[in-house]
Design a protein around this ligand. Structure first.
Ligand code: ARG
Length: 611
């Protein structure tokens, strides 16, 4: 499938450069969807801007004449039917019908495919989820997991090789105190696994001892030294602690079907740090201040602390070693980091130092921090709690509603349970339990519950804070997964009602080049469907999943418009007997399903056939 906007842009670019060679630099051409479908499908409004540019060169030419010249010199193409000029110089573009039909047929026969992203596939290394060992995985990590997974799916869709890395916080001074506490509480830990079912409580106890008992503190520090020097007993204790956390994280990943996420925590970079520091030091970037070693990134107010006064490394140090490893060892051509926006300046500083060190340049490596806002409670009141990160303190705002009576933040598993429960109630309210088999009901419940939690997150511009509301996300009348999943099952059921099998439709699709698109609503739907590559490419450029959600939501309403106006299956009013089947319309339904399927897949949502 072609990205029509991109192809049109290239075409107009060509015409403009050949028509107005005095505009030396490549002139940015803008082709957009036509605001008014009566006039055309797309439009190009560059003539006005060119008038200004020519005027600056002393050439006087009215925009209408410019538009005429552009149209006259437009290269041949099979996707433009005609262009007409309106007003002072707006160029309205109509798509060629045969092209439209071919594109549609391509969706039917091959599913949604696009050309590889801008012709070059790269290795993508994406860092997301990344919770911290011995600490609760919180809503911020949930956002990172959902957004990161969607972006990873998107890159995979474009044919890139994608490595998904879970950069867990598994290293640093607090592990000394955890291990010291472990050896006291479960001296037998080497023989049998200690039952640290509540690692959070365990963490709190050890922290209290660390703060109150100087003797313990000393021991904790010596544990860090032993751990970092690779003492097998300490490594074993550390592994035990990591395992408990790992199992808890896995519960969340399993439920949300987050696959292929490889754990590669901060500890992985431990041995790489001294060399990287040495290299940075040799290039003269290190400044020593009060016993600390600092690096001042260009354009940043704050320095990175690469060695603390006690000689220890920091979050900054590990991320410097990490970025180098991702470029040199992983051979990543696209590096993506998904965390809350609070860490933006940290990553900006890391990228700036990495560039300065010559580890990459923007021209051939795309390095991006994908930040997101905080999650708010429905009352918009923020409950803030300080998460003691391995190396620095980070304030994360939690959903107030999801606090337990004791004031602790609710565990994510409980949040997912709550979603499942509410979804079950909703489906029961609608009497779905009476119509679906037990398996179908459970599949629908899971699909909607997790789909809604993911979609609520993805459909909001990630930069903004977002209000977590089960009522809103499970409402089946708005821009929600519940609405879209219902719409999907309805479209799926049309072919079922017509008793036309997938095989028959597939066979018909082979001849769909000649699909009649006579009704204006058929045409509108077809044109909307073939816009999917353009939308996906935009999401890939801006890394904004909400754009894809907006498209999907609009698709559902364009489909409804079509379905309300065009019978797919005509039945006898009295007998209910099928009188006529409009196969080409069933094919339009099928193409809609194909596009929705692909969008759901990228968003990480699993649709069901019956709900
Ligand atoms: N563990 C960190 C946190 O909870 C996120 C790590 C993100 N990735 C990285 N390479 N620093 O905030």
């Amino acid at each position: 499938m072609l990205n029509v906007v991109q192809e049109l842009t290239n075409l107009f670019q060509c015409s403009i450069t050949s028509s107005f060679s005095s505009l030396k630099q490549k002139f940015p051409v803008s082709v957009t969807l036509n605001q008014n479908e009566k006039f055309g499908d797309y439009q190009c409004n560059s003539a006005m801007a060119i008038t200004g540019l020519l005027k600056a060169q002393g050439v006087k030419m009215p925009p209408r004449q410019i538009a005429e010249t552009i149209v006259k010199n437009l290269p041949e193409s099979d996707f433009v039917e005609s262009c007409n000029i309106a007003g002072p110089g707006f160029i309205n573009i109509r798509l060629n019908m045969n092209f439209l039909k071919r594109a549609l047929s391509d969706v039917l026969v091959n599913g949604v495919r696009t050309h590889h992203a801008k012709g070059c596939c790269k290795k993508v290394v994406i860092d997301y989820s990344s919770p911290n060992i011995a600490k609760e995985m919180h809503v911020g990590h949930l956002r990172s997991t959902i957004i990161g997974d969607c972006i990873a799916n998107l890159f995979e869709f474009f044919g890139h090789e994608v490595k998904r890395l879970n950069h867990v916080g598994d290293w640093g001074t607090q592990f000394g105190m955890l291990i010291a506490h472990l050896t006291d509480m479960f001296p037998n830990y080497k023989e049998e696994s200690p039952p640290i079912s509540d690692l959070q409580a365990f963490y709190k106890q050890s922290k209290k001892r660390f703060d109150d008992d100087p003797e313990f503190k000393k021991r904790a520090y010596s544990c860090v030294v032993k751990l970092q020097s690779g003492d097998p007993d300490f490594i074993k204790a550390w592994n035990l602690i990591c395992d408990v956390s790992r199992k808890e994280f896995q519960l969340i990943y399993n439920r949300l079907k987050i696959g292929n996420l490889i754990e590669r925590g901060e500890s992985f970079y431990h041995n790489l740090m001294p060399k990287v520091l040495d290299e940075i030091d040799k290039s003269g970037l290190i400044v020593v201040e009060d016993g600390r070693k600092l690096v001042f990134p260009e354009g940043s107010q704050f320095p990175l602390t690469v060695v603390k006064s006690d000689g220890g490394y920091t979050y900054d140090t590990s991320d410097l070693a990490c970025i180098k490893q991702r470029i040199y060892d992983e051979k990543g051509g696209i590096l993506i980091y998904v965390t809350d926006s609070g860490q933006q300046s940290h990553f900006k500083a890391i990228y700036s130092v990495a560039e300065k060190m010559g580890w990459y340049n923007k021209a051939n490596t795309r390095v991006e921090h994908v930040g997101f806002g905080v999650v708010l409670g429905e009352d918009r009141e923020l409950e803030s709690f300080t998460q003691n990160h391995s190396y620095f303190s980070l304030s994360i705002l939690m959903v107030k509603k999801f606090k337990t009576r004791s004031g602790d933040t609710v565990r994510l598993v409980d949040l997912l349970d709550e979603g499942m429960k509410r979804c079950r109630d909703k489906l029961m309210e609608k009497g779905r339990d009476k119509e679906l088999s037990v398996e179908e009901f459970e599949a629908a419940q899971e699909s909607v519950a997790y789909g809604c939690i993911k979609y609520a997150d993805l459909s909001h511009n990630r930069i903004n804070d977002y209000i977590f509301s089960f009522d809103k996300m499970l409402d089946d009348r708005g821009n929600t997964a519940a609405y879209l999943l219902y719409a999907y099952t309805r479209i799926k059921s049309i072919a079922r009602v017509a008793k036309v099998s997938t095989e028959e439709l597939r066979a018909a699709a082979k001849y769909s080049n000649s699909l009649p698109l006579d009704h204006p609503k058929e045409l509108k739907l077809a044109k909307f469907l073939i816009r999917v590559p353009e939308v996906l490419e935009r999401v890939c450029d801006d890394l904004t999943p909400h754009t894809l959600c907006d498209y999907l939501y609009e698709l559902a309403s364009v489909f409804t418009e079509f379905y309300d106006n065009c019978y797919c299956v005509e039945k006898d009013r009295t007998t209910g007997e099928i009188k006529k089947i409009h196969t080409h319309r069933l094919l339009l339904c099928d193409a809609t399903v194909a596009v929705m399927d692909q969008c759901f897949k990228i968003l990480g949502i699993t649709p069901v056939h019956k709900m």
